[in-house]
Design a protein around this ligand. Structure first.
Ligand code: MOS
Length: 719
């Protein structure tokens, strides 16, 4: 039964979203709800010597002002095993437990009031004085250190060697040696982070913006020293997250603490400005790439080193250097990753964390090498095509990257390109064409789901996953309807509740390959049960037949639950999604502006469950990549240790006017070595490759390399 799988079905949750019926974390209506507002540190490091809450406490409607002086003590039990989204070393921020502040924006008090306005107004009246401490506000390479606990096998950082890269580089006939960087970036999802916390005796319910409700439950259970079974986390809709809702941030703890303090349910919604300080961000990174090649264009040495920022209390490390180990065939590869602790809030995953930035530096360097060798960039990549995963020394479970290059190049018209910079013009603008490879590892985790078929022919399928926008609701509904043999409209897919069967993190492009298989398994298990009822005639493949079957047995419903988990496939195969991105830019040499009239991407994402939504993810990723290339950056004040443009007026993200023609090609691909569904996942792959393709196009236009993203007008005019 594959009637729906592969069809371009419109989002099943679309009507709820566009009519405002979808309820987001901050919108749950609870009786007696009180509202909270944070007061945050103005110091990058120091100790609060006095905190004056007297004015705030006297303001109308104020129920409580909670600081480290009167907050309940929290046990903050260590997590036995760090979930994949938490830093592997260091200790999470303990909020309102002491007087030390470690970064600007750290919560130092919370005001609870009858209304949101009263809470925010009073929060502005809390004042603190500090004894300042020594601060580190720059990405100072002298302070770079290896991560405490590098886990090379998982692609986590440290140092890796294949062959002898230094010797091979020294001996290489053609060498490239260049530095690349990108600025700190913020997620800027439309929906602000928010939590409503409600206690009922010793039981706690949290309505939270989350990409992983099970992890919120676990984290809060450890922070409060309570049993996980006493906590329920509900998160049916997420208005964009891009990684920011993977972890459980301090404001969730504060909401629960405040609710306990005032004995009422409390809502804590972060302000737009607080989203730059109270959740994570993509850390700024500096990279040094050295490539060696023979004169006929064979890579002989790849050396890529990265230094990223982290906080002083946790080591957030990224898989920045996996791309140089996997993208091309090369006998000698060395990667080295280092962290610089700074007085900032902790960074966190954001849109292809690490991989996007590693691909960025690598793919610009590869373009530079192709240029030095006078070989077409696509041809150079094909000459160094990695036929197998040389990092793991395993065959790929699937790889249609050649098809990606070919199909995207054809669509783009790459053969018409002028290799010489400045060879194409459009009015006053210089036109440039560039391309890059896209890459993202394919991963899968254990997931469970429950399926219920009712006597009237309707079905409910549920699992504690999330849908931050990629279309989980829709893809899962399609898979469930097909497997059960009922029409799409008869299936209700439910997610985002810890009362549902366990699901893994909704991130890392893993949801379809993980939860998708669980949904199919649960629906198959349900059909097995029906098969027991049906006897030799078999289970009907149509709705009236199924309804009649249940009626014959006098059953109101039949239900089944199943788990689906990875086997040893990642020990037998390298697993990844691939792509090729081609960009056209128009650079105005007088104004230094860059327009992107065209982006064409071809992606190998395995089997496509819903081409409409997969395409939507691809063009969304392209827009994110365009932002990374040209616009997005936190303007960091290295004297005060704060983001200066902490608002959507000054932190630039692409808007419709920045985006012109986007084209996403889904190349034919299936990956049954990787998982039974054959899908590899979309999401992050679509963003990777876009920024270097644009940067390479800018070079093709003006003949000058901009190696520091974003490529802003001042860099084009002044460099
Ligand atoms: Mo994504 S950064 O795994 O939410």
């Amino acid at each position: 039964m594959n009637a729906l799988t592969g069809l371009p079905i419109s989002r099943v949750d679309g009507p709820e979203k566009v009519t405002g019926q979808a309820v987001y974390a901050a919108e749950f209506r609870l009786k007696n709800l009180a509202y909270a507002a944070l007061v945050t540190s103005t110091q990058g490091h120091g100790w609060i010597t006095a905190i004056d809450t007297s004015h705030a406490s006297r303001m109308p409607g104020v129920l409580a002002v909670i600081t480290h002086e009167n907050a309940m003590r929290l046990p903050y039990k260590p997590l036995q095993e760090h979930p994949v989204v938490d830093p592997q070393s260091g200790e999470r921020l303990h909020v309102l437990q002491g007087n030390e502040v470690l970064f600007v924006g750290q919560p130092i008090a919370v005001v609870v009031a009858e209304t949101q306005e009263q809470a925010r107004g009073a929060a502005g009246l809390v004042t603190a004085t500090y004894a300042p401490g020594p601060t580190h506000f720059t990405l100072d390479r002298k302070r770079a250190e290896p991560p405490d606990d590098p886990v090379e096998a998982s692609g986590r950082p440290g140092e890796t060697h294949r062959g002898d890269a230094e010797a091979a580089f020294a001996a290489a006939p053609v060498q490239l040696d260049a530095h690349y960087s990108h600025e700190r970036e913020h997620h800027n999802a439309m929906e602000p982070h928010a939590t409503i916390a409600a206690w009922d005796g010793d039981r706690l319910t949290l309505y939270d913006k989350s990409q992983w409700v099970d992890n919120v439950r676990s984290e809060i259970a450890h922070v409060f020293g309570m049993a996980e079974a006493k906590i329920r986390v509900i998160s049916p809709f997420v208005g964009g997250a891009f990684g920011s809702a993977l972890r459980t941030w301090p404001h969730v703890t504060i909401a629960a603490l405040a609710a306990k303090h005032v004995g009422r349910p409390v809502r804590l919604e972060l302000t737009r400005r607080q989203l730059y300080f109270s959740i994570g961000f993509r850390p700024c990174t500096e990279q040094h790439v050295r490539l060696g090649a023979t004169a006929d264009g064979k890579l002989t040495a790849i050396i890529q080193e990265a230094v990223g920022q982290t906080s002083v209390y946790e080591q957030y490390a990224e898989v920045t250097l996996e791309p140089p180990r996997k993208l091309y065939s090369c006998p000698n590869v060395m990667t080295r990753y280092r962290l610089v602790p700074m007085h900032t809030n902790s960074p966190c995953p954001m849109r292809a964390p690490g991989t996007a930035t590693g691909v960025m530096a690598h793919e610009i360097a590869i373009d530079e090498m192709a240029d030095a060798l006078d070989i077409d960039p696509v041809e150079f990549r094909l000459r160094n095509y990695a036929e197998h995963d040389e990092d793991k020394n395993l065959p790929w479970s699937s790889k249609e990257l050649r098809a990606c290059y070919r199909m995207a190049a054809e669509k783009f018209g790459w053969s018409q390109r002028s290799a010489k910079p400045g060879g194409m013009r459009h009015g006053q603008a210089v036109v440039g064409w560039g391309m890059a490879t896209a890459f993202y590892p394919a991963n899968r985790a254990a997931a469970s789901a429950q399926a219920v078929l009712y006597a009237n022919g309707s079905a409910v399928v549920r699992t504690a996953t999330s849908d931050m926008g990629p279309g989980t609701y829709t893809a899962m509904t399609q898979l469930a309807a097909d497997t059960l043999g009922v029409p799409l409209d008869n299936v209700d897919f439910e997610l985002g509740d810890t009362d549902m069967p366990k699901a893994p993190v909704h991130g890392g492009s893993t949801t379809l390959a993980s939860v998708g298989n669980a949904v199919v398994a649960a629906c198959q298990a349900l059909r097995e049960k029906l098969s027991g009822l049906a006897g030799p005639d078999g289970v009907p493949d149509n709705l009236p037949g199924l309804v009649a079957l249940l009626a014959r047995h006098g059953l109101q419903s039949v239900q089944a639950e199943a788990e689906s988990k990875p086997g040893d496939e990642t020990k037998r195969f390298g697993t990844a999604a691939f792509g090729a991105v081609f960009a056209e830019v128009r650079v105005d040499p007088l104004l230094g502006t860059v327009r992107v009239p065209r982006l064409v991407g071809a992606y190998d994402i395995g089997r496509v469950i819903n081409p409409k939504i997969a395409r939507s993810q691809c063009i969304g990723g392209m827009v994110g990549g365009l932002g990374m290339a040209l616009l997005e950056q936190a303007e960091w004040d290295a004297k005060l240790g704060r983001v200066m443009n902490a608002n959507l007026a000054e932190y630039l993200v692409p808007v419709n006017a920045d985006v012109e023609h986007l084209e996403a090609i889904l190349v034919p691909s299936e990956d049954f070595h990787f998982n039974p569904l054959g899908s590899k996942g979309v999401a992050e792959i679509a963003l990777t490759g876009v920024a270097p393709a644009i940067a390479n196009a800018v070079y093709n236009a003006i003949g000058r390399r901009i190696r520091d993203l974003p490529i802003t007008p001042e860099k084009l005019l002044l460099a």
